[in-house]
Design a protein around this ligand. Structure first.
Ligand code: ZN
Length: 226
């Protein structure tokens, strides 16, 4: 069975079992979301691919990601900060985007010597400059490097069932051996989205998030009891 399909099946089963276990019938079901950890990565636009890997280069699919159409590419780049401190082997994710975006953790930003702000994907006004180095060339890109915010991908139907709308901010409780409350979690509703929460490696390590860890949506921010 395809890897992504297997993960989805396991996820659905875990959600079903956890929901039944913690909430007997008749009570409100818990709003449980599986967590995936986003390592530092790069989304590239074609002009940057041309510079880094050669004119007209096409990304090569290494493996499919959980969200339909998304994939990890074989291509990697080196990130270089203004003090020439670098991080090698940073994975390129496909498909090709309209605009290049580099996503790092706070720890990565400290290593690189940059002050990347926490931002939702795509909101790049005024964010950090970073240099990308590939096998065929390098480019220094202003307004390209962020620490991606915590967010949950959810389908329109599931969002409606849970009373959530696009860009809501929610608080979640991480159900791990280091129970942790995360705030400022952006809800991202999309027709093709499969339910998952994305956090970076700093958040994951702090909360002891492992493969299969779930979070429970506690409340919409500004309305709640937390
Ligand atoms: Zn995401």
């Amino acid at each position: 069975m395809e890897h992504a399909k297997l993960i989805e099946l396991i996820t659905r089963e875990v959600i079903a079992q956890l929901s039944e276990h913690s909430f007997p019938s008749g009570m409100t079901k818990a709003k449980l979301v599986p967590v995936a950890v986003s390592m530092r990565h790069v989304h590239l636009a074609q002009p940057e691919i041309d510079i880094l890997f050669g004119i007209g280069h096409r990304l090569t699919k290494l493996r499919e990601l959980y969200q339909p159409g998304e994939f990890a590419a074989e291509e990697v780049v080196t990130l270089v900060g203004p003090k020439l401190r670098s991080i090698p082997n940073v994975r390129v994710l496909g498909p090709v985007r309209k605009r290049t975006q580099v996503e790092v953790s706070r720890t990565d930003a400290i290593i690189l010597g940059i002050d990347a702000p926490v931002r939702p994907s795509g909101q790049l006004a005024g964010v950090e400059t970073i240099t990308l180095v590939g096998p065929k060339g390098s480019i220094t890109l202003p307004e390209s490097c962020i620490v991606a915010n915590r967010h949950i991908h959810i389908s329109p139907l599931e969002a409606q069932q849970w009373g959530l709308t696009d860009n809501d901010l929610v608080t979640v409780k991480v159900l791990s051996d280091k129970t942790t409350i995360f705030g400022d979690v952006q809800v991202r509703v999309g027709d093709t989205f499969k339910l998952i929460m994305h956090i970076d490696t700093d958040d994951a390590n702090a909360a002891d998030v492992r493969c299969g860890t779930m979070v429970e949506i506690a409340d919409k921010e500004g309305q709640g009891c937390l």
